[in-house]
Ligand binder design. Structure first.
Ligand code: NOJ
Length: 469
């Protein structure tokens, strides 16, 4: 029941979801500040991250939680506009640098390794005003920001995540318009953003590689979201093909170019090209990489970081009329098995994580894998007893053990989402993913452990499930 010696146990947070201090000490606004301040019921009860868990002033309390769990790794993100208020290195906010220096130094003093995400959805508003991720200029801005972070923190930070869930982010922000900037651009905006996200990631990896790696000796990757998918009818060849397309359109969309050959999956290119034609576009809505860009993109990750929450069934769904949208381009219909229990959108499918890990191992040449997020919300907002939720985590750990021991997957780190209850994007504070409960009505924002916190601490102490010392 034991995990390999030295296995990493972490928990994750993200700047906008926990920090608060939205305009403190010279921080510039991010797109989430703008979006939440505009109201309009796009976020549950028009809640904002203005204060959130107040981690900007309560870092010491967060550290206590981290130590109580006994984490070996803590994953957090830098707020780009706290460091560079207008997104550019033209002006550096020293107070922001000091805040993150303190976090990093305190973690290291306590023997905890920081995993630092550069971009977790909160683009500086000033850069959104210049076109955001739809504009190619973002590649240069991101690279400069990344270089600034490597230069400033890289003497101590050895694990970097450039982008958090860029696949989900592109879809929600620039295609469906559910996240800021909140403008739907069905079937076009998402792919444009994906294109620039991939290039920005690759550029910053090269910057690390050529300017910092030798001295700093760290690793750089990106965290891709991947749900597991099964054919709705396992006996149907067209459903099985649909499953491949579903994987190609979400995990492989980023993983194939970055981990193999610098280009999108063939089926993604052909599906979008033929739909675009049907819709009367002069060329494919999916932008193309030049040969030079493909060379630049290929091989730009030092480990494989993946985030798993849930699974779905997939059915082939022909798009005869050429309806717009990513799902329509993929010609798939995606839905949960009605027999799977769920908390909100998270259907409880622990075995999906093992299948996903095996897929990554087999498709991407047995890479070192980090799970940088996994979790589920607590289903009772009034109770600190989350025994049921813990049962799901236990099953997840059992699946991870099978993946490591039976499938020989090279999994080295697991980070749960999340250390604290926090601002769950459009669901506001109505969805609780933390090991620590946070009372958002109390100005002191007290952190109180759920029952699962004790259980997670035990697993970490034992480096495995019960039965092993
Ligand atoms: C993934 C995102 O990275 C994180 O910000 C979010 O809170 C969790 N999923 C849960 O939805």
């Amino acid at each position: 029941m034991a995990f390999p010696e030295g296995f990493g146990w972490g928990a994750a947070t993200a700047a906008y979801q926990v920090e608060g201090g939205w305009d403190a000490d010279g921080k510039g606004p991010s797109v989430w500040d703008t979006f939440t301040h505009q109201g309009g019921e796009r976020v549950f009860k028009n809640q904002t991250g203005d204060v959130a868990c107040s981690s900007y002033t309560l870092w010491e309390d967060d550290l206590k939680c981290i130590k109580q769990l006994g984490l070996t790794h803590y994953r957090f993100s830098l707020s780009w506009s706290r460091l560079l208020p207008d997104g550019t290195t033209g002006f550096i906010n020293q107070k922001g640098v000091e805040y993150y220096n303190k976090i990093i130094d305190d973690l290291l003093k306590n023997g905890i390794k920081p995993i630092v995400t550069l971009f977790h959805f909160d683009l500086p508003q000033a850069l959104e005003d210049k076109g955001g991720w739809l504009s190619e200029t973002i590649v240069e801005y991101f690279d400069k920001y990344a270089q600034f972070c490597f230069r400033t923190f890289g003497d101590r930070v050895k694990l970097w995540i450039t982008l958090n869930e860029p696949n989900m982010f592109a879809l929600l922000s620039y295609d469906l318009g559910i996240f800021p900037p909140g403008v739907p651009r069905l079937g076009t905006g998402g792919y444009q953003a994906v294109h620039n996200l991939i290039k920005a990631h690759a550029r910053s990896w090269h910057s690390y590689d050529s300017l910092f790696r030798k001295e700093q000796k760290g690793m750089v990757s990106l965290s891709i979201l991947a749900g597991w998918v099964e054919p709705a009818d396992p006996n149907s060849a067209s459903d099985r093909e649909a499953v491949k397309r579903a994987m190609a359109f979400h995990l492989d969309l980023f993983a194939k170019p970055i981990f193999t050959d610098g280009d999108y999956p063939e089926v993604v290119k052909s599906q979008i090209a033929s739909m675009s034609k049907k819709q009367g576009y002069p060329s494919s809505r999916l932008p193309k990489f030049t040969e030079e860009e493909k060379k630049m993109i290929k091989g730009t990750a030092d480990f494989f970081a993946v985030q798993y929450y849930t699974s779905r069934l997939v059915r082939h769904k022909e798009n005869k009329k050429g309806e717009p949208g990513a799902m329509q381009d993929a010609e798939v219909e995606i839905f949960p098995d009605p027999s799977w229990a769920n908390v909100d959108w998270v259907h409880l499918v622990p075995w999906g994580i093992r299948k996903l890990l095996k897929y990554v191992m087999e498709t991407y040449n047995n890479p070192v894998i980090y799970i940088t997020e996994n979790g589920l919300p607590h289903n009772d907002l009034t109770s600190l007893d989350d025994t049921q939720r813990w049962e799901y985590f236990r099953q997840i750990f059992q699946e991870l053990l099978k993946a490591i021991q039976l499938d020989k997957v090279n999994l080295q780190v697991y980070c749960a989402w999340s250390l604290l209850d926090n601002f769950e994007w459009t669901q506001g504070y109505n969805s609780r993913f933390g090991f620590f409960h946070v009372n958002f009505d109390d100005p002191a924002r007290p952190r109180v452990p759920y029952s699962s916190a004790k259980e997670y601490a035990k697993i970490i102490r034992n480096n495995g499930l019960e039965g092993h010392q």
